[in-house]
Design a protein around this ligand. Structure first.
Ligand SMILES: Nc1ncnc2c1ncn2[C@@H]1O[C@H](COP(=O)(O)OP(=O)(O)O)[C@@H](O)[C@H]1O
Ligand SMILES: [Mg+2]
Length: 502
């Protein structure tokens, strides 16, 4: 990225937009580039100080350039070989005068060694400038840069040594943080512990989780259940187990491609979210939930896009990781329709997400679930977008038996006291979630009467429940018909065959 920026500046690009929240680190990178021939001076504009030369005392408004228009005009009057950094111009950039002055500057910079760099945590570009500006994302620090941060921290505590493995773990644990954040967590780990060792990796990791939590769009999910807590869905489980080591170096050497992602479609309450969450343990990768609802932010144009971009950038920097998007159909509902009520924001977000999926090279596995196909933009279902499209149907009798078994064991009950065969039969048409709910209802009933629950309590609870497959028969049937043609069944083919019969 530094190289790319360097090339753009050398190639006399007049206007570059750098999306970053790390001002100091970005400035330093630009300062290194400015040393290259021909050497360039650096000026920095802020709305508080006006234009100030980089490295000089920050006198307020010494050039009368507090106003963005005056500042841009000033750059036009300067001599050759300068880089002008405008920090946080985005709130002003839409004003007609600012936009116009920028266009004038671009025109006058032709053939000179002058470049304006707009530096903001979010991207905001008026249409008039779209064709003239190059946008670059300033990436989060990589392992090499984190290594420097760590070394500096170690120097401050002379005598501290790290084994190669401890170092590697500490560095990997801090991936996804900005340089300032990494510095902070390394310092904290050192203060808390006597020595900076492998044990502090946990401290760094838990700090990172908090920082990610604060960002509010991505969420670290820690699921205690293993994949064995999911009843049925044998094919889907087999597929996942087969790919347990798909993100290792060994798999790359073997010549395997990196899995891109999967979409799990199906009837509500049948274990889609559950199986997605347990995959994290199975694969030993962190699971990051992307909350699409929080990506949308109508407070300012471009804010939603910036949110998505930041979240994806964080996910990539933590990779290998699983990016979990639950209920994808809800996130992108309405994008395919023509009646966009939000000024096309959701379409744009959807577009950027698809582009990212297409182009990503980092090992971020997208795991998405959806309840309703008709609300899902067709682009998602096109071949090649996901590695596999699985359909999770209502459980068969055998699967229901297994689900009863799982949930009774989970509540530490002796399963020999129950006739699972009969329960499975009575609960025909029930989803896994409904089976669990019936079981809990039976437990409440008995608990209120101060006794242990029995087979009959469960049967009574089942009889008292009207399952979704009965109240929403049409939707469920439509979904099934659709999926039979296009998706791979998550249950085994034998189970599929059994289902056909009832
Ligand atoms: N196949 C299953 N095996 C075991 N439990 C299940 C199964 N399906 C659903 N459940 C129970 O129902 C809960 C809700 O299911 P969930 O995974 O959220 O369904 P979905 O995402 O398909 O709507 C789960 O947390 C689990 O306790
Ligand atoms: Mg769900």
């Amino acid at each position: 990225m530094k190289e790319e920026l360097s090339i753009l500046i050398q190639a006399q690009y007049p206007l570059i937009y750098l999306v970053t929240s790390e001002e100091e680190r970005t400035e330093q990178a630009i300062a290194t580039i400015a040393q290259l021939r021909p050497q360039r001076r650096i000026y920095i504009w802020t709305v508080t100080h006006g234009i100030v030369e980089y490295g000089q005392p920050r006198n307020v408004n010494q050039h009368n350039t507090i106003s963005p228009e005056a500042a841009i005009e000033w750059t036009i009057r300067q001599k050759d070989s300068s880089i002008f950094i405008f920090k946080d111009l985005h709130p002003f950039i839409d004003s007609p005068a600012t936009t116009r002055w920028l266009r004038d500057a671009i025109a006058s910079f032709k053939g000179t060694q002058k470049t304006i760099i707009l530096m903001s945590p979010m991207q905001q570009i008026p249409i008039e400038l779209e064709k003239e500006v190059v946008v670059l994302d300033f990436p989060l620090p990589d392992l090499t840069e984190l290594n420097q941060v760590l070394d500096r921290q170690l120097e401050k505590n002379r005598g501290r040594r790290l084994t190669t493995e401890a170092r590697e773990k500490l560095l990997k644990a801090a991936l996804g943080l900005t340089r300032d954040e990494a510095e902070k967590v390394y310092r904290k780990a050192q203060v808390t512990a006597e020595q900076l060792t492998e044990k502090e990796v946990d401290i760094v990791l838990s700090e990172k989780k908090q920082l990610i939590r604060r960002n509010g769009i991505l969420e670290f999910i820690e699921e205690d259940e293993t994949i064995d807590a999911v009843g049925g869905l044998e094919e889907l489980k087999r597929w996942l187990k087969q790919r347990s080591n798909a993100f290792t170096e060994r798999a790359r050497e073997y010549g395997l491609p990196q899995p891109k992602g999967m979409l799990i479609l199906g009837v509500p309450g049948c274990g889609k979210s559950l199986i997605a969450k347990t995959t994290s343990r199975l694969w030993g990768l962190p699971l990051l939930r992307l909350d699409m609802g929080r990506v949308y932010d109508g407070s300012m144009v471009g804010r939603s896009e910036a949110n998505l971009r930041n979240a994806l950038k964080t996910a990539e920097s933590i990779s290998p990781a699983i990016l979990f998007i639950d209920e994808l159909d809800k996130s992108f509902a309405g994008t395919s329709g023509s009646s966009d009520s939000d000024g096309g924001t959701s379409s744009r977000i959807f577009g950027s997400f698809l582009t990212w999926m297409q182009e990503k090279t980092s090992p971020v596995f997208v795991m998405a679930t959806a309840n309703r196909v008709e609300r899902l933009p067709g682009e998602f279902l096109r071949k090649g977008r996901f590695d596999e499209l699985f359909f999770v149907d209502l459980p068969t009798a055998d699967e229901r038996k297994e689900i009863f078994n799982i949930h009774l064991l989970k509540r530490k009950r002796d399963i020999t006291r129950f006739d699972l065969e009969q329960l499975a039969k009575v609960a025909d048409g029930f989803s896994g979630a409904e089976i669990e709910q019936a079981l809990v209802a039976a437990m409440y009933e008995a608990f209120a009467q101060d006794r242990e629950f029995t087979q009959l309590d469960i049967i009574a609870a089942i009889k008292a429940t009207l399952p979704l497959s009965k109240t929403m028969t049409e939707q469920v049937t439509a979904l099934r018909d659709w999926a039979r043609q296009r998706a791979r069944p998550a249950a085994s083919s034998v189970a599929e065959y059994q289902r056909m019969e009832f």
